[in-house]
Design a protein around this ligand. Structure first.
Ligand SMILES: *Cc1c(COP(=O)(O)O)cnc(C)c1O
Length: 391
């Protein structure tokens, strides 16, 4: 047998990421590969940096795209900022806070956990109590947009508390960047990482990271070497910093064309408009979901517009619903993770995917599948409710 070219099915991606990639991004990625030290490529990278600064709302010189997915951006922040023995307060209200703990411990740090129930935001009072109880803590880490539960935490308040107690902040903004307000400099966030495949609608595999001077100083003055050679920002700074580019690793050229295009599109739309668009189509989806008689897992004021946790009705096999959506409608939505497995669906409205067409398609397909499975949902009202909500 001769194996032939892989032609993927044409899906609509409405899960927790990757999100639908805009055709302009895919087209940009198919342009000819050039060398990573080519002056034309270096000039493009300077533009990527400037546009990432805009997306993060920062003037941080150390703003880069790590050549690997969001998890590598997470690891970049932790391996560089946490030194053996450092005490790190990790706020956890879902899956990704647990990965932060794992990162702290693997770098030789001591994790102090501040835990909140899955489906609720991080409680600033609990963080403040932990900061008072652990005056020797050096860093506070938390997830801004918990993709595992669809909850948004108040990053501004949490970052202010950390800095009031002399701690640096590491913030996971993988799902928030581009989808919901995030203002690095104004909020005083010291280190942040994100991903290319969520609200930026680029392909997976790149992780925007931004580090301010306060955090960069801690990295420059480390007593021990960063355990990871690849992610050591002292070395990466040599490539991305202004001036002469030295070889560190071969940058993923074509994916970076894609990120460049995605950021050009974000700039064309305007960051505030992008945030507003995510909110608008979240409201449309919400109206349709509620009209069907379904509900949301998260309290209204803590919901992420770009990640909708919808409660699975009693007696419905949620996995079968997802399987049918994929098979019959080429539509991908996400399952619940960990404690929420079997209890919620996670419907993403991320980046390019946050549009009326996707909202109506998802509502229609979900309604048809649930009706066919004889689930107790109201039929024939979801689409009109969604449209009316944003008219
Ligand atoms: C998706 C995600 C990650 C991990 O990103 P990958 O690109 O899958 O490595 C980390 N944190 C949050 C909140 C995420 O949603």
């Amino acid at each position: 047998m001769t194996i032939q070219s892989f032609v993927p099915p044409l899906r609509t991606l409405m899960g927790p990421g990757p999100s639908d990639v805009h055709p302009r991004v895919l087209a940009a990625m198919s342009r000819p590969t050039i060398g990573h030290l080519d002056p034309a490529f270096v000039a493009m990278m300077d533009e990527v940096k400037a546009m990432l600064q805009y997306a993060f709302q920062t003037t941080n010189a150390l703003t880069i795209a790590v050549s690997a997915p969001g998890s590598a951006g997470m690891e970049t922040c932790f391996v560089n900022l946490v030194e053996p023995g450092d005490k790190v307060i990790v706020c956890q209200n879902g899956v990704f806070g647990g990965r932060m703990k794992e990162n702290v411990e693997r770098t030789g740090g001591v994790a102090v956990m501040v835990e909140d129930a899955w489906g609720t935001p991080i409680d600033p009072d609990k963080l403040e109590r932990a900061l008072k109880a652990h005056a020797d803590a050096k860093i506070v880490a938390f997830v801004h947009a918990e993709t595992s539960t669809g909850v948004q935490s108040d990053a501004k308040t949490l970052a202010a508390l950390a800095s009031k107690h002399g701690c640096l902040t590491i913030v996971d903004a993988v799902t928030s960047l581009g989808g919901t307000p995030l203002k690095l400099d104004e909020w005083g966030i010291d280190a942040v990482y994100s991903g290319s495949q969520k609200c930026l609608s680029c392909t997976p595999g790149l992780s925007p990271v931004s580090i301010n001077e306060r955090a960069a100083d801690k990295i420059r003055n480390r007593k021990s070497k960063v355990q990871s050679w690849f992610l050591d920002l002292n070395l990466v700074m040599g490539y991305w910093g202004s001036g002469k580019r030295a070889y560190h690793h071969t940058a993923p050229i074509n994916p970076l064309y894609g990120l460049h295009e995605a950021l050009v599109m974000l700039q064309e739309e305007g960051l505030e408009n992008s945030w507003a668009r995510h909110q608008k189509y979240h409201l449309a989806l919400r109206a349709g979901i509620e009209a069907m008689g379904l509900g949301f897992y998260v309290a209204e004021k803590h919901r992420l517009p770009q990640l909708n946790a919808v409660t699975v009705p009693a007696g419905v096999d949620e996995a079968e619903v997802r399987a049918r959506l994929l098979q019959d409608y080429n539509l991908e939505i996400g399952a619940g993770l960990g404690a929420l497995a079997g209890k919620i669906w996670r419907i993403g409205l991320m980046g390019y995917g946050a549009n009326l067409k996707n909202v109506l398609y998802c509502l229609g397909a979900l309604e048809a599948v649930l009706a066919d499975m004889r689930a107790p949902v109201k039929q024939g009202v979801a689409a009109s409710s969604a449209s009316r909500a944003i008219a």
